[in-house]
Write a protein that binds this ligand. Sequence first.
Ligand SMILES: [Zn+2]
Length: 644
Amino acid sequence: MKRSLILFQLLFLCSFAFAQPDRWQQRVKYTMDVNVDVQTNRFTGKQKLDYTNNSPDTLTKVFFHLYWNAFQPNSMMDNRSRELGKISLDKSRSGREQLDWDQRVRDRILNLKPDEIGYQKVISLKMNGVAQSTKEEETILTVKLSKPILPKTTVTFDLEFEAQIPLQIRRSGRDNPGTGVRYSISQWYPKICEYDYEGWHPTPYIAREFYGVWGDYDVRINIDKTYILGGTGYLQNPGEIGYGYEPAGAKVNRPAGNRLIWHFVAPNVHDFMWAADPQFKHLTRIIRNGPVIHVLYRNKNNELRQDTLWNVLADGAVTAFPFIEKSFGKYPYNQYSFIHGGDGGMEYPMATLIAGPGLGTAFHEWMHSWYQGMLGTNESLYAWMDEGFTNWATGEIEEYYYNRQLEKYPGDQALHQYIEKQKKRLPLNHEDAYNSYFALVKSGLQEPLTTHADHFNTNYAYVIAAYSMGEIFLEQLGYIVSDDIRNKILLEYYRLWRFKHPNANDFMRVAEKVSGLQLDWYKEYWINTTKTIDYGIDSLWEVNGKTLIRLRMLGKMPMPIDVMLTLKDGSRELAYIPQYLMFGEKPPEDHALPRTVFESWKWTNPTYTFEIAHKLTDLKVVEIDPSQRMADVNRKNNKLELNW
Ligand SMILES: [Zn+2]
């Protein structure tokens, strides 16, 4: 009795300590059969969708995405791109005029011929066997339900659809001239929009960012026998398919006829992508205690160098994986595929489409498995939490990977030279992100990160906000709470919020709990406004053998301040001034470095003076934030060198 009471108490304590946030999620189960005609580049499909309404709401309508309808002349995507093409940005380094449109899209959609456009048509749609009335408005299909879907109930939709694979314009399509890959098939089926605590998200396909419902996919693709496929999901019939999917040495029994049905199953994902090409080469790597890595690529011109680079990518994934899991949390699937296709890099569950074997892109897209795949923030609203966090992680992984390579091959001079060159270009300390952000501030085109991804005035402001400012958000968070604690925050964020679509507040609450510091102000300034940081050294003077240092807050965004003092004898010490709004202080980051914690700086005061126990003439250098993790837009006034 007593024992069970203790056990009960223990259980209670544990459940309290590991309390998971309680946010309901809708659920889907897709079963799809598609039949592809590689002559006409069209396919027909059947979809059975079991949709579970876990919300407390009664749903009277539902929405579906029909993404490929964007690839038609005068679509919203086409209009938007051509309008952005009228905006001239500063001249590029080459001196040529830079237009704001996406170079991949430009005005290409306007010029598509009828057999080159993309379309998705829903031929019939039934709910629980009853035909429903639908209204197609370009990339969104509205379904007014004959009967509402009650809370905590499941309905079954049956759809018949047909589609034409567009010439590759953006992300999906056929016959990309760059990669030469025949089919990059993403955003390809009628996909139910996400309904969450903010309601429906029928976001039209204009440029970017995806948001979906987690669930299980069972997909059969019937296609010409010569095509080799890769994509989301585990292949269920490798013995019938072969092409490197069969277990080593196993015999392949292909059915008669000139077609194959590829059967894939993907559990707990929010999308399904596939790609196909008759010339795909297929590499695999097995990671111990990790997923199987598939690499599918097309070596268009049969260059030996290409084969080498794709093999380096496959090996790179194996090398980086333990670091990735340790830093960002467990990868829950048994497979990941790097697939040649698309136009740059685009993330999908369990797979990516990449235009080439670049390791930086490969790591970036894989990291999206965490921030886009498993955490799945609504990217339209919080693109910085996906692209920015992913970019930050990419920099960390690249640094780890290149250092490991140097350790692994200590005597290889050519490798060392190559890696040193790579590392120079690496976003070490995430310097590229800071420089891009500073340039955006200077341009006057900056908009708050709260702007919807499709509604930024320029592509330029969106890209820097989402990728660079999101990356800086994490690097700068390390400056505020310490790098160690920032790393703990990321792991805890993943543990608490995976498969739950967290928003910005959810991240901030984790950050506050783990650090013990108030951080609401950081979000208010960095995310909600375009205010900038600028601190400077104002003046120094000596009173009774002690030096007084006055700092000035010149920007509008408050921050805690690290000041490094280097003395004439070469010794260094850190003066740390917490920001009042934090109601606390970060722990020391370098225990070998003496640190004095001063009273916090109330941001309403434009200056702050502190006293150090050294004579003025003993000082050599005074520097605000030598780590350069604080995004101070004017670093010229951060450092003072004294020449006595
Ligand atoms: Zn990305």
